[in-house]
Design a protein around this ligand. Structure first.
Ligand SMILES: C[S@@+](CC[C@H](N)C(=O)[O-])C[C@H]1O[C@@H](n2cnc3c(N)ncnc32)[C@H](O)[C@@H]1O
Length: 386
């Protein structure tokens, strides 16, 4: 098949609106910052639209393109990638391009007919459906008794859903042959801890045991009461300080959401020591670096208190991410939720791969630390792992 014919045939298939999803991969150049593309159909204001998800090393970007405008994007994507896997309702297609664009097209029509569900796709951004009553959301006051999301709790509902998406994405990194151990450090009122438990245990049926830890006794007592009422038997809450928590030898997933200042670092350090396969961390206020920062080269920024504070916060999260990379994690910084919902919007996601850090990664880290003239708490905690 000719290259041009392949393009026309693929676009003609898209016109039938039977696409379920597609992945475009294998960058023509290894150095390409864009690693992979995902396509999925969605309904936007009643119009069939293709959502293009651009997967960079550390971030995801989305673009919604009407079907008629997609050909142009497809051309650009084919300039960068050599492989397409597309699932349609009645067939799956694998397209492989050589460097010189010779085409290998394989189609498999032996599978069972699949369904496109655009309305569901639209909602799929919400893994927890806003039309379903969830006992834990009712109990936590996010939904009314008849399962409606309370107006003033809608942002919380969106945040919970976003978090559940991250949990869902991390499933492949969790063990399948034994109970999965999960810790939520600084769990506070535990909306997200309950959501995590509900999603993994009740919706996915996984064998998990979850512990939420927090300093606040009354809050923990209330969370335990709710867990008991809901008969969430493998969810427990403990009063304690992250830094003194030494009850575990091995944990699979560590979550910290808005744990203040170095409490996040303590939790990250614990996670690394326990060999956690998945770390999801949304940091909170940060003061440690702000206090230490001493970099005359950055004076025109840091002379302004507001900028100094923001810079210190971003530098802190960059340091955390790089340290996790240096100790064998594939680490990404992602947007937790739309800016209008919370300014504390960065999520550090790290999956353990055991990959040894390169000399270059180490040098980058060391020079950044030297520039800022700081001595981060997390670096000291992890020095034996680097
Ligand atoms: C801003 S709240 C976040 C609560 C919850 N994770 C959420 O996202 O809704 C931060 C929580 O971290 C807890 N915390 C702070 N430092 C801690 C420490 N050293 N050990 C345990 N919990 C801590 C606080 O008590 C507080 O409940």
């Amino acid at each position: 098949m000719e290259f041009q014919q392949m393009k026309e045939q693929f676009l003609a298939l898209l016109q039938e609106q039977t696409l379920i999803y597609a992945t475009i991969s294998q960058p023509r150049q290894k150095s390409n910052e864009l690693k992979r593309i995902k396509l999925k159909p969605i309904q936007l204001k009643g119009v069939y639209t293709i959502q293009i998800e651009y997967q960079y090393e550390r971030i995801l970007k989305h673009e919604n393109v009407k079907l008629d405008a997609f050909a142009h994007h497809f051309d650009l994507l084919l300039e960068q990638f050599r492989q397409i896997h597309a699932q349609f309702t009645d067939q799956s297609i694998q397209i492989q391009l050589s460097k010189k664009n010779k085409v290998l097209w394989k189609s498999d029509k032996t599978q069972q007919q699949k369904q496109v569900n655009l309305s569901h796709n639209r909602k799929k951004q919400y893994l927890l459906d806003d039309a379903t009553a969830y006992p834990f959301l009712i109990r936590l006051g996010v939904q009314t008794e008849d399962g409606k999301v309370k107006k003033q709790k809608y942002d919380k509902f969106k945040q919970i859903n976003r978090f559940v998406e991250f949990i869902d994405d991390s499933l492949a990194h969790l063990p399948e042959d034994r109970q999965i151990r999960i810790l939520d450090f600084g769990s506070g009122k535990s909306y997200l801890t309950f959501a995590l438990y509900h999603y993994l245990k009740i919706e996915k049926g996984l064998d998990i045991r979850v512990t939420g830890l927090d300093l606040k006794k009354e809050v923990i007592e209330e969370c335990n009461r709710i867990a008991q009422d809901l008969q969430y038997d493998d969810l427990q809450f403990l009063v304690g300080d992250i830094n003194d928590y030494n009850e575990e030898t091995s944990v699979d997933m560590v979550v910290t959401l808005h744990a203040c200042d170095v409490a996040t670092d303590m939790a990250l350090a614990r996670a690394v020591k326990w060999g956690a396969k998945v770390i999801l961390s949304v940091p909170c206020c940060q003061h440690e670096l702000n206090r230490q920062l001493n970099a005359p080269e950055l004076d025109i920024m840091t002379q302004h208190g507001l900028i100094r504070e923001r810079f210190a916060a971003l530098a802190t999260d960059s340091i955390r991410a790089q340290l996790l990379t240096l100790v064998g994690y594939e680490t990404q910084i992602l947007e937790f939720i739309d800016m209008e919902n919370t300014p504390k919007n960065i999520l550090i996601r790290a999956y353990f791969t055991g990959k040894k850090a390169t000399q270059e990664e180490r040098i980058k880290y060391d020079s950044f630390i030297a520039l800022l003239n700081v001595n981060p708490f997390l670096q000291n905690e992890l020095k034996n792992f680097m």
